[in-house]
Design a binder for this molecule. Structure first.
Ligand SMILES: Cc1cc2nc3c(=O)[nH]c(=O)nc-3n(C[C@H](O)[C@H](O)[C@H](O)COP(=O)(O)OP(=O)(O)OC[C@H]3O[C@@H](n4cnc5c(N)ncnc54)[C@H](O)[C@@H]3O)c2cc1C
Length: 376
């Protein structure tokens, strides 16, 4: 890391990633190729698919060193963490040969086409229809909140392929190329001023008949597997960057002469203790698993870190005082703490909202009565 995070990569100062996706995108994409050249992408994938077959603890070490080296925020997390493991688990040999190597090489980027205006937490309400037209699927519908759709070459889209089917039946998991006339990506500007996510309109978009992962009509099972990967190892890198953010906050308190105030000291100490709890709990929940999917206990970690990060952001803007209300440059250039404070609002929503995580913890960890049917 010391040898390679130099020049324009070092100049990024570890930025990029969640909430800061558009920052230095081109350079970060180049960095992806540099990582791939050294064999440092897709560490947890089996060796036969271009990975290193790294254990969970080896991956944790890598992510920690990565954060410590202030290496650029990854641009290929959706491919490496979500669709890659899904194709490895459910894909055909031809799909593995076609789609895995460009993910390992960092040359093809992916986005996740799940959410729709009426299907978020209640994902089984997906409506976007797809029908076979000769040797191709034709897709017409709308997805929303699609992160990085403007940069991605491919999208995995959960579609309704059996007309008249309801809920989780009759869905299929299609791999759809983004660069075509039938796909219209409209960026949505966020609180942070940047547009990380998008509305994606499919208007007769096409993909080859064989680009379906799993059986036609069995997309729900595949979609759930991807979600379990999203809550597992893929979340880890993001969480580990909090250590650096916390260290910056301690420095900011010192620089402003506030680190001697009893209340500030207590708040920083509490945040640090919780940061340690977060790390140990994550390690605990990942211990003993040997695949990319998360156990139900990972919902505790998601609930904890999303909420913790929001509180850290609030502590940061409290510490900065009026300084926090002023942009660092015209017209809306935010500082690290401001950006984090604003973007962290999203962290208790994406990847399953806090309420949904509590449902999972209640039902699958504590064994409580399931959510009443029809409550949605
Ligand atoms: C930054 C960001 C990036 C995202 N990126 C993507 C992406 O790349 N691809 C993608 O497909 N989606 C993406 N999403 C969408 C995300 O998955 C959804 O926002 C999330 O699943 C919640 O769905 P919703 O927004 O429709 O809210 P809703 O499901 O409408 O929820 C509204 C409120 O009701 C609560 N609620 C809903 N159901 C229940 C229940 N059963 N019990 C208790 N409370 C409930 C929720 O917790 C929430 O507070 C992203 C979202 C964000 C914020």
């Amino acid at each position: 890391m010391e040898d390679h995070v130099v020049g324009e990569y070092a100049a990024l100062g570890g930025r990029g990633g969640s909430g800061d996706e558009t920052f230095g995108f081109e350079v970060r994409h180049e960095w992806e190729h540099e990582l791939a050249a050294g064999g440092w992408t897709c560490l947890g994938w089996p060796v036969e698919y271009g990975g290193r077959g790294a254990s969970i603890s080896q991956q944790v070490i890598f992510h920690e060193e990565y954060a410590r080296a202030r290496a650029p925020g990854r641009v290929a997390v959706v491919g490496e963490g979500l669709i890659g493991p899904t194709i490895i688990r459910f894909g055909t040999d031809a799909q593995k040969r076609r789609f895995l190597p460009p993910i390992v090489a960092g040359t093809e980027l992916w986005c996740q086409g799940y959410s729709e205006p009426d299907a978020g937490s209640d994902l089984a309400n997906i409506k976007t229809p797809a029908e076979l037209d000769g040797s191709e699927w034709a897709i017409t519908g709308q997805k929303v909140w699609t992160s990085l759709a403007q940069q991605a070459q491919w999208c995995f889209v959960v579609c309704r392929t059996e007309p008249g089917s309801v809920r989780h039946r009759g869905l299929s998991y299609l791999l759809v190329p983004m660069d075509q006339d039938g796909v219209d990506v409209r960026p949505l500007r966020q609180l942070t001023g940047t547009a990380e996510f998008n509305e994606v309109f499919f208007d007769g978009a096409r993909t080859a008949r064989e680009n379906v992962v799993g059986d036609v009509g069995d997309g729900w099972r595949v979609a759930l597997a991807t979600l379990s990967f999203e809550r597992g190892i893929a979340m880890l890198g993001h969480q580990l960057s909090f250590v650096r953010e916390f260290d910056r906050l301690v420095s900011a308190a010192r620089e402003r002469g506030r680190s001697d105030e009893p209340l500030v000291r207590q708040q920083l100490a509490a945040a640090y203790a919780e940061l340690c709890i977060m790390r140990y709990n994550t390690l605990r929940s990942l211990s003993g698993i040997d695949g990319p999917e998360a156990p139900p206990e990972a919902s505790i970690a998601k609930l904890f870190w999303g909420t913790w990060h929001q509180r850290l952001g609030e502590l940061a803007v409290d510490l900065l005082g009026v300084e926090a209300t002023v942009c660092t440059a015209f017209p809306y250039e935010l500082g690290d703490f401001q950006r984090s404070f604003l973007f962290s609002r999203a962290e208790t929503i994406y990847g399953g909202s806090n309420q949904i995580q509590r449902n999972i913890v209640g039902e699958r960890v504590l064994g409580l009565a399931p959510e009443p049917k029809g409550s949605r």
